[in-house]
Write a protein that binds this ligand. Structure first.
Ligand code: SAH
Length: 392
């Protein structure tokens, strides 16, 4: 079998070899994976000892088929003994024998940073499986100990998604299950806190539209205090921490206090609500823009750029907008949106109690009152709403 006259590049994965034939297994897998991912590349394995083929046999095979270049990649070989001492001589002999084929000894695969990172990730995942593992160290910046200067653990601003625990990211789930302390908001579902360690300190920071349980400054101070005592502090927020979640204010405060922090994005309520209620947020024919706006009332009214929000061919999603439904409806119509523009209001999206109300711009505030819709709910304005499976 030749390469049908083509001059192809080839790789030889060179391993040490062992008496136990099982040792060759991962090499076969590696070879298959590489060949599958790089179909233009010819891939062979070879071993220094105990198992066939030898390096010479592999080179002979590939050169015989017409390989133009062969990279020999030592896989987990010690750089000293084999790679440095024996191989250059053998390669020189091979080069003389196959002058038409460029042979190159590549860097040892086990030393490549990506390989080290993959092994580290694998090892960390293994440690994770031990229920008693103290995993804090993996995230670095340990908590205060002996030394004079103040040291902090790390505060993670973690997006908990819109409610359904299955919408957590793997990273969020991992941090929640490891956290020493968790400070959570009103909108974080119970199923999510169930992932916390039994001995974790769990603190409710509240924030319902009507009663702000803790002022923001107090939350910031609490995060700093917790980071002094703990290695992993999770600040758990509904949806995505950077979308109407005051994540920006908290990171500013943490950064001013010199406390290390990280952000884990989450599925924002608009995405969860659209997916579970069954309509898209954008559509080539109906909405080429998507705007997230806050309907939060400031001094009894909503301060938004209404002319911009009333432009056609877009979807506008109002967060925290239930109390302002009347004003939203009036302002959008006053600024030119037709009264029959579709509106969906979705309450408790992605949770067991999800309720959706499909209506239109002039009627939805009244329908909300009739149905006694209470927050948390999103108001979605735009023709995409009509694309709900089974409708128009
Ligand atoms: N950071 C969050 C939003 C916080 S503002 C995110 O990215 O989703 C809080 C508002 O989000 C609520 O008033 C409500 O409008 C909306 N919201 C959050 N979770 C929701 C849910 N499960 N169903 C409907 N609306 C939700």
């Amino acid at each position: 079998r030749t390469f049908r006259g083509r001059r192809v590049n080839a790789v030889i994965l060179l391993g040490h070899g062992a008496r136990d034939p099982a040792w060759a297994g991962p090499f076969a897998t590696l070879r298959e994976t590489l060949a599958r991912e790089q179909p233009a590349l010819a891939v062979e394995t070879a071993f220094l000892a105990f198992m066939p083929p030898t390096l010479e046999e592999a080179v002979s095979l590939l050169a015989g088929r017409g390989a133009a270049r062969i990279a020999i990649v030592p896989v987990f070989l010690a750089r000293g003994g084999h790679v440095k001492d024996d191989l250059p001589e053998r390669l020189d002999a091979l080069r003389r024998r196959y002058p038409g084929c460029a042979l190159r000894l590549a860097a040892v695969a086990g030393e490549a940073p990506e390989v080290i990172a993959a092994i580290a990730a694998h090892a960390a995942a293994q440690a994770d499986m031990r229920p008693d593992a103290s995993c804090g160290e993996i995230f670095g910046s340990g908590s205060g100990s002996g030394s004079g200067e103040q040291q902090y653990g790390k505060v993670w601003l973690v997006g908990a998604g819109p409610g359904d625990p299955e919408l957590l990211t793997l990273k969020a789930a991992r941090l929640i299950s490891r956290a020493d302390a968790i400070v959570y908001d009103h909108l974080v579902g119970e199923g999510i806190l169930a992932l916390a360690r039994l001995d974790a300190e769990i603190i409710y920071a509240g924030k319902e539209a009507s009663r702000h349980t803790l002022p923001q400054a107090q939350i910031n101070a609490m995060l700093a205090a917790l980071a002094k005592r703990h290695k992993i502090v999770v600040r758990l927020k509904g949806g995505d921490p950077f979308i109407f979640g005051r994540g920006g204010e908290e990171t500013q405060a943490l950064s001013a206090a010199g406390i290390p922090f990280g952000i884990v994005p989450g599925v924002t309520a608009a995405s969860g609500c659209a997916a579970y209620a069954g309509f898209p947020l954008t559509h080539r024919d109906h909405a080429r823009m998507l705007t997230f706006a806050t309907g939060h009332l400031k001094n009894g009214s909503v301060d938004l750029d209404w002319p911009a929000l009333a432009r056609p061919c877009q979807t506008v999603v109002f967060y925290m907008g239930v109390a302002a439904a009347e004003e939203i409806s009036q302002q959008l119509m006053a600024h030119g949106l037709p009264a029959d523009t579709s509106v969906a209001v979705v309450r408790q999206a992605t949770l067991g109690g999800q309720m959706s109300l499909f209506s239109q711009l002039d009627e939805f505030p009244m329908r909300l009152r009739e149905a006694n819709f209470t927050p948390p709910a999103l108001i979605v304005v735009g023709e995409v709403v009509r694309l709900k499976a089974g409708q128009s």
